[in-house]
Ligand binder design. Structure first.
Ligand SMILES: NC(=O)c1ccc[n+]([C@@H]2O[C@H](COP(=O)([O-])OP(=O)(O)OC[C@H]3O[C@@H](n4cnc5c(N)ncnc54)[C@H](OP(=O)(O)O)[C@@H]3O)[C@@H](O)[C@H]2O)c1
Length: 306
């Protein structure tokens, strides 16, 4: 006889990670999935959040909703805090009332990026801009109001759809002869499919009784620069189409027209997740290759996490 499926409620389910997780978990009989886009559940609407949790009574909430416009956040601070801080607080409070644990995603932007050898979960947060500050505050509110939580910080997320660096790079490469890429910002690209795999593995272990609440880091394996990542995107895309741009120039972050400050090193040490849950990092190059296949040959690609 099979156990009842574990009901997970996913917020922000039209986003990169939200939609990928919803597809992957729906294909796994371990889970029953309630996937809600912003239109179906606005996490900043207190009444809607409570009513939604009362209605669905999930075993876990997985918050994939966020305000992600790093540059615009400097001028839209209210919106950034409403979604990344207050929204998380409302979910945490509603989950607390019903004793529902919550998994939440956060970011390398909670750090200032001066620590080149990589940040552990114990390192001090020092966000540089409004976006990072709003995400950090969201983390702190979750810690305050819902002890049974898992926060997974990740970096440089990409997938075959949505607003991400891979698709923006491809778009630019088709329109421009020359491109610039920052070569002194270092980090680890991470596919949405890989994050979905990690979330599902964590959920399964929690359900088996692992009382391992707290904050973790997860990114794809192998540190690169944005320039290195861009070169790899162009090389892999070049196997499928002839890109107009043939000339990629490395530049320093301080010479790049960013509006908001960004961490110069986004490297996150992922040992705690390995030691606690046995989850290993996967190389981002393999994930990028799978995403390229999904972009160029969607009919031959599955929707399983890579
Ligand atoms: N993307 C990255 O490079 C990156 C890097 C580090 C960490 N992360 C973390 O990974 C998580 C997921 O990122 P992602 O790339 O999947 O983000 P995403 O693609 O931007 O998805 C976020 C989703 O949340 C929705 N949303 C916005 N406001 C909402 C609200 N009030 N209520 C409910 N939903 C709302 C968005 O809808 P609209 O698009 O319609 O506004 C979008 O569908 C985030 O927590 C982020 O901190 C991402």
């Amino acid at each position: 006889m099979y156990a009842d499926p574990v009901k997970i409620l996913i917020t922000g389910a039209a986003g990169q990670v939200g939609s990928t997780l919803a597809n992957a978990a729906s294909a796994d009989s371990f889970f029953e999935v309630i996937a809600l886009s912003k239109e179906q559940l606005d996490i900043t609407d207190e009444d809607a959040v409570r009513a939604c949790l009362d209605k669905h009574m999930p075993h876990y909430v997985v918050n994939c909703a966020e305000y992600n416009r790093v540059d615009s956040a400097e001028k839209e601070a209210e919106q950034s805090y409403a979604i990344n801080s207050r929204g998380v607080e409302l979910l945490a409070l509603a989950c607390g009332e019903l004793a529902v644990p919550m998994l939440h995603l956060s970011t390398d932007y909670v750090f200032d990026g001066h620590y080149a050898s990589g940040y552990t979960e114990d390192d001090e947060a020092a966000p540089l801009g409004v976006y990072g500050k709003s995400k950090w505050q969201g983390e702190e509110l979750l810690r305050q109001f819902l002890p049974r939580h898992i926060i997974i910080r990740t970096s440089w997320v990409f997938s075959p759809a949505g607003d991400n660096y891979v698709l923006r790079t491809l778009d630019q490469c088709r329109r421009q002869d020359n491109m610039l890429a920052v070569d002194d910002r270092r980090g680890c690209p991470t596919s949405a499919a890989d994050i979905a795999r990690v979330l599902m593995a964590v959920l399964k272990q929690l359900e088996s009784g692992a009382e391992a609440w707290g904050t973790y880091h997860y990114t794809g394996a192998e540190i690169t620069s944005l320039y290195g990542f861009t070169r790899e995107i162009m090389a892999m895309a070049g196997e499928y189409e002839s890109l107009r741009c043939q000339n990629l120039t490395p530049v320093a972050a301080e010479d790049f027209p960013y509006e908001a400050q960004r961490p110069i090193s986004s490297v996150l040490v992922c040992r705690k997740l390995l030691n606690t849950f046995g989850i290993r990092q996967r190389p981002w190059r393999n994930e990028l290759s799978a995403v390229m296949r999904s972009i160029y040959q969607p009919e031959t690609s599955g929707s399983e996490p890579g």
